[in-house]
Structures are given as C-alpha cells and as structure tokens.
Design a protein around this ligand. Structure first.
Ligand code: DIG
Ligand code: MN
Ligand code: MN
Length: 388
C-alpha cells in the first residue's frame, strides 16, 4: 500500500474558483468568506497541489487599473515562487459578465463578439505571462433558450471564426500555447452549442489550425449528457487531442454538481484513471470541482485532499488490476486469437475481399461461446472493494 501522498509528477491542479468557491448557489448566498488568490495558492500548497489555474477575472478584476493589475500579478507570482506551485492552464471568464448574457463568440451582437475576442486576447497574455501552456475555452453561455433566436449554423461559424482568429493571435505572438475546448450540454443556458467532447472533436477538424486545438473533457459535463466519460476521453486520447481534463463527479440526470472526484461513480472513476495511467497521459490532473456548501475551509481542504487521495488510490487499483493473475488470465482467454482470420485483417485487397466473401462461418458455434464477463466484472468489483 502506498501512502497516497501527492507529488509534483502527479500534476494535480485546481482552479482558483474551485477551492475558492464560497458556496453560493442559485438558491442561497455564500457560506464561506472569499479568500484572495494568494491565500488560495497557499491553501493549495498545503494540500499538495502541483499547480493552480484561473479565469482572468478570478485573478484580475475586470475593471482593475493597469497598476492594480501589475500589483496583483506581482503578488501572485511571489506566492507561486514561495510555494513552488505553477500555472499549467488559464482560461477566460466569458460567462459571468451580463454582457455575455446571450453568449460571447456566438452572440447575435457583433459588439459582444468583438469584446469577447478582446477579453480573451488579454486573458491569453495574462495566462502566458504566468506560465500557462494550455488555454481552456468553456463556452458556458454559448447557447440558447429558444432556437428562434439564432441559426445554430451561425453559432458554429462564429465559434470557428473566433477560434481561428485566436489561434492566429497565438501564432502572431509566438506563444507556446495550445487550446483545449471544453463542452457542456446545458446550464447555465438551456442548450449549449457543441454539447459534448465529441462535438468539439468534430469542430476542431474544421479549424484553420487544428493541430493547436484539443479538448478538455469534464466528467460532470459528459455525465450530464448521459455519456460514458471514459469512452469520450478514449476517443480524445486516440486522436491525440486530450490536451487537458476536468476531473470531478456527478450523479446522472442532475444539474452540474462538480462533486469531489470519485464521490459518486467509483467504478467509472476507476476505469477513467486506468485509461489515463495505462496510456501514459502526461497532462494535468485538474480537479474542476468544489466542496459541499455545508463545509468550512477545513472541509474545503478535506475536499481537495479527497480528490487527490481517490485518484491515487484508483491509480494503485489500476496497477493491481493489471497485475492480478486471475483477471489477466481471464482477459487472455477472452481475447484469444487462433490466427485463423489473420489473412483477412489489415488493409484491403481485392484478393482478401474475395477470400473473405468465400469464407464460411459457423454462426451457431460462434454465438454459443460464453465470454466470462460476469466473472471478470465481479473480480473488478472485488478488487475495488479491497478483497483482491
Ligand atoms: C466549468 O466546468 C468550466 C469553467 O470552470 C472553466 O472555464 C473551465 C476550466 O476548467 N471549466
Ligand atoms: Mn462543471
Ligand atoms: Mn470544467
């Protein structure tokens, strides 16, 4: 058993808005006093985080003067130096200000679309100044309550134009930065465009610089869409597009709960960690989540430590799964290949096609084979329950 102590190489990160969440919700006011970015950096250092992320507005108030901005950045940099935390990711708040009430890049008002580009360029400058290498775009307001208001194709075109413009901005400034698009199906808008990580992968393929752009899938958001999060992450990984990930948890069929990682669906959290670790994912393990509204700041630290510990425990369980002789023997049996189909595999040739069309298959015999998945899944459950 390891000690589940976080190390820098684990790359556990939190946004300022996560541990800084004051507990406000649509039906209640804050329950925790607000902490400054510097205080939050020290809190994250105390729980063993590797890095801290932020929206522009989390760090610099939107109406701050240039000298106030410089002071805040100077103090933040000092806290980073003092604690050793880094800033792997930054992002723009394009959803809080009333100006974005009908979206930012997809707004029907060209002034709003232009302001959103301006705000994002300034936020990119800030993120790069503090060391970010990944820039996330979450279009929380890029949606609608009525499709009478906007042609959904216009929304796609406007999003593409904004992303192309901002990719060119990064190239023009010679920044070492890549973009990660984060999807969510709804909330705060009734329907949000580009609703899942899959939609984002399709959009990326249509951009001028697709090589600069990947995805930032979030557990809660794909669960809100009723999807298997691990499958979505696998698709992004296989495409070389998993540039970042937002870890948390979520009961299906609920509003965005942003629960502590592993707090609800332990089994799916296990398969996600196994996928990331088996495939050598080298990005941040970013917890985009917050403590229950019932908690004080000691509870917030419990929340952050719980995210980290659960990830590390599941990482160890994944190693145990891969080393478990009974499980691995069963998987070998399930995936046995007698080589008889080898001549049909690989790239197409007309000879292969003709031979395959002439091949006979005993459907009855093949369909009778028991696959042992009940035993395999029970062994997995027992491993997760700690008796293997
Ligand atoms: C919500 O899940 C979004 C915002 O918190 C932020 O823009 C992004 C970064 O992780 N996730
Ligand atoms: Mn969320
Ligand atoms: Mn998120």
């Amino acid at each position: 058993m390891s000690d589940y102590i976080p190390k820098p190489e684990h790359k556990f990160t939190f946004g300022l808005w996560t541990v800084g969440n004051t507990g406000r919700d649509p039906f209640g006011s804050p329950v925790r006093e607000a902490k400054s970015p510097v205080e939050l950096v020290h809190l994250l250092a105390e729980v063993g985080a590797y890095g801290v992320n932020f929206h522009d507005d989390d760090l610099i108030p939107v109406d701050a003067t240039p000298s106030e901005r410089d002071r805040i950045v100077r103090q933040f940099k000092a806290a980073l130096t003092e604690t050793g935390l880094c800033v792997p990711m930054a992002t723009t708040n394009l959803f809080g200000d009333p100006i974005f009430k009908d979206g930012a890049f997809t707004s029907n008002d060209p002034k709003v679309r232009a302001y959103a580009l301006q705000k994002t360029m300034n936020a990119i400058d800030l993120g790069v100044e503090l060391g970010a290498k990944v820039y996330v775009f979450w279009g929380g307001r890029e949606g609608t309550e009525t499709d009478a208001s906007k042609n959904p194709i216009s929304a796609i075109i406007r999003t593409r134009e904004a992303m192309n413009f901002l990719c060119d901005y990064v190239l023009d400034r010679k920044y070492d930065l890549k973009f990660a698009l984060e999807a969510k199906p709804n909330e705060p808008r009734s329907d949000i465009y580009n609703a899942t990580a899959g939609h984002m992968l399709a959009l990326i393929a249509t951009l001028d610089h697709p090589e600069m752009v990947g995805v930032n899938p979030e557990v809660a958001h794909e669960h809100m869409a009723g999807l298997n999060f691990t499958h979505g992450v696998a698709q992004a990984l296989e495409a070389g597009k998993l540039f970042h990930i937002d870890l948390n948890d979520q009961a299906f069929g609920r509003y965005d709960q942003d629960f502590r990682f592993g707090a609800v669906n332990l089994k799916s959290a296990f398969f996600l960690v196994k996928l990331l670790e088996d495939n050598g994912y080298n990005g941040s393990r970013h917890f985009d989540a917050h403590a229950y509204r019932t908690e004080d700041y000691e509870g917030v630290k419990d929340f952050a430590r719980g995210c980290i510990r659960t990830y590390l425990i599941l990482k160890e369980k994944a190693a145990r799964f891969n080393a478990d002789k009974e499980i691995q023997a069963l998987l070998a049996e399930i995936n046995a290949d007698d080589g008889s189909m080898a001549s049909f595999c690989g790239t197409y040739t007309s000879t292969k096609a003709a031979a395959l069309k002439a091949q006979s298959f005993d459907r009855q015999a093949i369909s009778q084979r028991g696959l042992g998945y009940e035993r395999l899944d029970q062994l997995t459950i027992e491993l997760l329950l700690g008796i293997r």
